[in-house]
Ligand binder design. Structure first.
Ligand code: DAH
Length: 359
């Protein structure tokens, strides 16, 4: 038999064997048998050298044709098998293309984060940008630069968590770090950081987490959130602060919300005020939630103390400004009627998923 006959036989047998193959694996095995390195076509080509020289080019052409045909037949067969497989699975109802997909669980923000996001948007409309500072602070920024010297009685207002001097815990002798590293007890230290970093006019808010050495109960956590606000410019007044806060209260608590300023005390503002809104539970007459006063304090504020302006690197005779600090955790409790602050950090999805508006 000549090589030409062998090629013709292979061509026919490949076609038959491929159409008899009933699985993709069987087709792949045939690919190997026919075209592989020691496959049937390869073997035939090896004997090309023994054919009469004049016939070799023609035989080579035929061999290439056969290879092309076999490859096309393999791909065609695989395609057919895939189609049959899909049809079989559809008719077996193993794969029901009309069935609804399984729901993908999409998370959402924690209710406190949702409230902080809403506040960011409101303050953004008033021209405030976000300026963040570190949660691990120093005594200097947290207290001293805010006009609270080491032995000032106002320090009692902030029960501080101190970071230990390296090695002192292991040595059984825990001492506060000599460089004064602490966990910030409020976001106010970022006032000084912002003043030192930014040019006038400064108009920033600082949302963030704070820490205090607290006896934890339904209304006190050892970690909580604050949003600090700071405006520093050449011509700002308490009237600006009051007008701005009144406008902020409206989108939060409604157009007709009544508000008031009340004298307050903070070492870093002078004068200092508390900003109250009409009780969100009773609306004014007085109830248990507002201690029968009809008012709820939602933030502390005031004109930035000249010493703090100086800490920030400005001359208090030339610039002044106002600052405020509010507590998003308490505001979230009021928004949703949540009675226990400990739920916020409970890491319990049954709690968090009750507040899906943070999507
Ligand atoms: N830092 C204060 C606190 O933690 C809150 C505060 C009060 C911030 C008055 C201010 C402010 O900026 O002006 O209790």
């Amino acid at each position: 038999m000549s090589l030409a006959d062998d090629l013709a036989t292979l061509r026919a047998s490949a076609r038959d064997r491929l159409s008899a193959a009933t699985s993709a694996d069987a087709v792949e095995a045939l690919r190997h048998e026919l075209l592989g390195r020691s496959g049937e076509l390869t073997m035939l080509l090896r004997s090309l050298g023994t054919a009469p020289e004049g016939e070799r080019p023609a035989l080579g052409r035929v061999a290439n044709e056969v290879r092309g045909e076999i490859e096309a037949a393999i791909n065609g067969r695989l395609e057919t098998l895939r189609g049959e497989d899909l049809e079989r699975r559809l008719s077996d109802e193993a794969l029901d293309m009309s069935a609804p997909g399984s729901p993908v669980r999409v998370g959402h923000l924690h209710p406190v984060m949702t409230l902080m996001r809403d506040l960011r948007e409101i303050f953004h409309a008033f021209g405030f940008e976000v300026y963040e500072g570190p949660e691990i602070e120093t005594d200097e920024y947290n207290f001293e630069l805010l006009n609270i010297p080491p032995d000032h009685p106002a320090r009692d207002l902030w029960d501080t968590l101190y970071v230990a001097e390296p090695g002192s815990v292991e040595a059984g002798d825990p001492r506060p770090a000599v460089d004064g590293t602490i966990l910030r007890t409020h976001t106010s230290p970022v006032q000084v950081r912002a003043m030192r970093a930014l040019d006038l006019p400064i108009r920033v808010i600082t949302p963030g987490r704070c820490f205090r050495y607290e006896a934890v109960d339904a209304s006190h956590g050892f970690e909580f959130h604050q949003i600090e606000g700071l405006v520093i410019d050449r011509d700002t007044s308490l009237a600006d602060l009051k007008g701005m806060l009144e406008e902020i209260a409206r989108p939060l608590y409604g157009r007709d919300t009544r508000t008031r300023f009340r004298p307050g005390y903070y070492p870093f503002t002078e004068p200092s005020v508390a900003f109250d809104v009409a009780c969100l539970v009773c609306g004014g007459p007085g109830c248990a939630a507002c201690g029968r006063t009809g008012w709820m304090t939602i933030l502390g504020a005031g004109m930035v103390h000249p010493e703090v302006i100086r800490s920030g690197g400005f001359d208090p005779d030339e610039v002044q400004g106002y600052a405020f600090g509010l507590g998003p955790d308490r505001m979230t409790m009021l928004r949703h009627g949540i009675g226990d602050i400990r739920l916020f950090f409970s890491a319990d999805l049954r709690f968090v998923t009750q507040f899906p508006e943070g999507r």
